[in-house]
Design a protein around this ligand. Structure first.
Ligand code: ADP
Length: 244
């Protein structure tokens, strides 16, 4: 089976410095993959290159077998790669439901956002999504009244509303309470039943909650990959990351 994401010998240089250095990576559809690594390991650049924000200096990124090199960031998003940044970007004056409706419409293009109402089926899907992200009691609240954790879930919902095949989620639990962190883990595990997901995260307890396979980046390459137990007990990982 063709992997959903395949990265071959990827190097990204900034002024001669290799932020990514001959990195290879593979992921099958339906995987929930966690990426960890010390500051400067190349995690952000890794996401930037998958979304097309940064182009490879060398090597290839294949999404469902298609080389992404020729495509713009917008085209790549439309091909089915969605990214959630660390800071929530929701519309504070719109309600939870309106934020989700706007995200779903925007995915269909500017014209649709302005002129085409959502279909019955699309509305039903958003209705279910509001339950999935745990915001049913606040569906008609302006997003500005949500807690930081709830805004994170809303933004994850807005991403899902755009029907991506691959979700890239950057540090989703930074600044959340323990309870919100746990609920975020449950949400990502639930979404992983129908999406492929890459999560970048530092919080090791959270990583233990959600991870099936962990990839450790170090100095722009994959240092080690495997189950959470394998990674935690690898002396190289302990030296560069966990022991720090
Ligand atoms: P991480 O997200 O793991 O902290 P980054 O991908 O942000 O790592 O950065 C990897 C390395 O590449 C760092 O040493 C960083 O300073 C460098 N880097 C990232 N982006 C740029 C850039 N636009 N120009 C120069 N150096 C960069």
């Amino acid at each position: 089976m063709t992997p959903i994401l395949e990265i071959e010998d990827l190097t990204v240089s900034f002024d001669g410095f290799n932020a990514l250095n001959h990195l290879s990576f593979q992921m099958q559809a339906g995987e929930l993959r966690v990426i960890i690594g010390p500051n400067g390991a190349g995690k952000t650049t890794f996401l930037d290159v998958i979304t097309g924000k940064v182009k490879p200096t060398q090597g290839r990124v294949l999404f469902k077998g298609r080389n992404l090199r020729r495509y713009s960031e917008d085209q790549i998003a439309r091909m089915g790669i969605g990214r959630k940044f660390q800071t929530p970007r929701v519309y504070l004056n719109l309600t939870v439901r309106e934020n989700l409706e706007l995200a779903a419409a925007r995915h269909k293009g500017v014209f649709a956002t302005l002129f085409q109402p959502l279909s019955r089926e699309e509305r039903d899907r958003l209705h279910t999504l509001i339950d999935t992200i745990g915001l049913r009691p606040k569906a008609n609240f302006p997003a500005g009244l949500l807690s930081h954790g709830e805004k994170q879930w809303l933004e994850i919902g807005m991403l899902v509303a755009q029907s991506p095949d691959l979700l890239l989620v950057d540090e989703p639990v930074a600044g959340l309470t323990d309870e919100e962190t746990h609920l975020t883990g449950e949400l990502l595990v639930a979404l992983a039943e129908s999406h492929s997901i890459i999560v970048i995260e530092h919080d090791m307890e959270f990583v233990r909650q959600i991870a099936r396979t962990v990839t450790v980046l170090h100095e722009g390459s994959v240092l080690c990959e495997g189950s959470i137990e394998t990674v935690q007990n690898d002396p190289r990982v302990i030296e560069v990351y966990l022991g720090a």
